[in-house]
Design a protein around this ligand. Structure first.
Ligand code: UD1
Length: 372
């Protein structure tokens, strides 16, 4: 059984589900979504043509962490009891993952954790994801670590080496699959309307949603964006698809609605987002997934966080950690927009997150536990 709840989990689990389905004789796949996200999850399911077998539909507007956790516990428990899968596959670090891991443990079901071993070593950043993945690791039977660095993190925590497989990150598989599809008309229109298509403006793409950035940090990010928009009023277009969490929606729309060359949008679907990233001169983000996708697409990315669990992208040179101080964001962005050598150095880095065939390795490792 594959369980997930949010948009990024769906993106990274989609290639795994496709790979599992290649072995109908050996593997019976059940897809269960908690729908911790509703709209944002459904569009990924559509893009990858996945119909869940079980949909718990647990999203409620602006729900608190404890409430969400409690509802996943009570919603998912009877599903596991009824289906009793041999393996439970979870991905990443959301509340869905942490809760499903504990429930699997309660019911003595083996757990495979996709994207295992990412750490900032700071329990507050990202919040609550750092602790969610540590909890998941404690009960996981097979850890699918994207990189060697992730494997080392697990070994330091006393996880037995033979339970860790370095697979790459299926985010790159998803990118490979989806990049084969042409850009939807929405992208062409956006690029035309903002002056990016005819080369008059360079695209600065922004996303931000982290809980530790709620409050002052998101206001600081907005402040930096406004300054950038004003300084480069005839040279850049800032496009910012705004996450649906009300703690982000309200302050961002309040601060940036009227600013001339900033375009605020509802969250973009995965396919248009990938195509927008391809056209970006610069990305500013606090997202985890985009930190993996940007190096693959060769787009310099400023990470709006104090710490990252994706250090590989920083080491490779595509990502730079800048935090949320408005002056720092502004200065780093200006450096990359003004200095073509600095920009080229970041664009040319090599993607450290895999070759786009992580899902096949994950499935091979699962099959090996059965046969061997
Ligand atoms: C969640 C994950 C985070 C992940 C992020 C990716 C947790 C605690 N957080 O954060 O790890 O990086 O997803 O996007 O697991 N909403 C909608 N429609 C949607 C999705 C969200 O309206 O399709 C609104 C709802 O009001 C919802 C709120 O956003 O209650 C918060 O959603 P939640 O899943 O708790 O947290 P995210 O901030 O989305």
């Amino acid at each position: 059984m594959v369980i997930f709840g949010t948009r990024p989990e769906a993106v990274k689990m989609a290639p795994v589900i496709k790979a599992l389905r290649k072995y109908p004789e050996q593997i019976e796949v059940t897809v269960c979504v908690t729908a911790q996200h509703r709209e944002m999850l459904d569009q990924v399911l559509d893009a990858f043509n996945i119909t869940p077998d079980i949909d718990l539909d647990l999203m409620m507007p602006d729900q608190k962490l404890a409430q969400l956790t409690a509802r996943i516990f009570t919603g998912l428990d009877p599903v596991l009891e009824k289906h009793r899968p041999d393996w439970l596959l979870i991905q990443g670090d959301t509340t869905t993952v942490m809760t499903a891991a504990i429930l699997g443990y309660y019911q003595h079901i083996k757990i495979g954790h996709v994207e295992a071993g990412l750490r900032t070593h700071d329990k507050w950043q990202p919040f609550p994801e750092e602790i969610n993945r540590r909890i998941a690791a404690v009960v996981t039977d097979l850890h699918f670590a994207p990189t060697e660095n992730n494997r080392q993190n697990l070994l330091r925590e006393g996880i037995p080496d033979e339970t860790i497989k370095v697979t790459g990150n299926p985010a790159i598989d998803a990118l490979r699959i989806i990049s084969q599809q042409p850009a939807p008309p929405q992208v062409e229109t956006l690029l035309k309307e903002t002056g990016v298509a005819d080369g008059n403006r360079r695209l600065v793409l922004v996303t931000a949603h982290r809980r530790e950035n709620f409050g002052q940090p998101i206001l600081d990010i907005c402040c930096a964006l406004q300054r950038l928009a004003e300084t480069y009023h005839d040279q850049i277009a800032i496009i910012y698809p705004v996450h649906l969490n009300p703690n982000i929606q309200k302050p961002v729309y309040q601060a940036l609605s009227g600013v001339k060359n900033i375009r605020l949008l509802p969250p973009l679907d995965y396919l248009p987002l990938v195509h927008m990233m391809k056209h970006a001169a610069l990305i500013l983000t606090d997202s985890g997934g985009i930190q993996e996708e940007a190096p693959s697409l060769g787009v310099p990315t400023l990470v709006l966080r104090q710490r990252t669990e994706r250090q590989e992208g920083v080491t490779a040179g595509t990502l730079k950690l800048v935090g949320t101080d408005p002056d720092l964001i502004f200065n780093e962005a200006r450096h990359l927009l003004d200095d073509s050598t600095a920009h080229a150095a970041m664009s040319g880095a090599v993607n450290p997150y895999g070759d786009g065939y992580a899902a096949e390795r994950i499935v091979a490792a699962l099959l090996a536990t059965h046969t061997g």
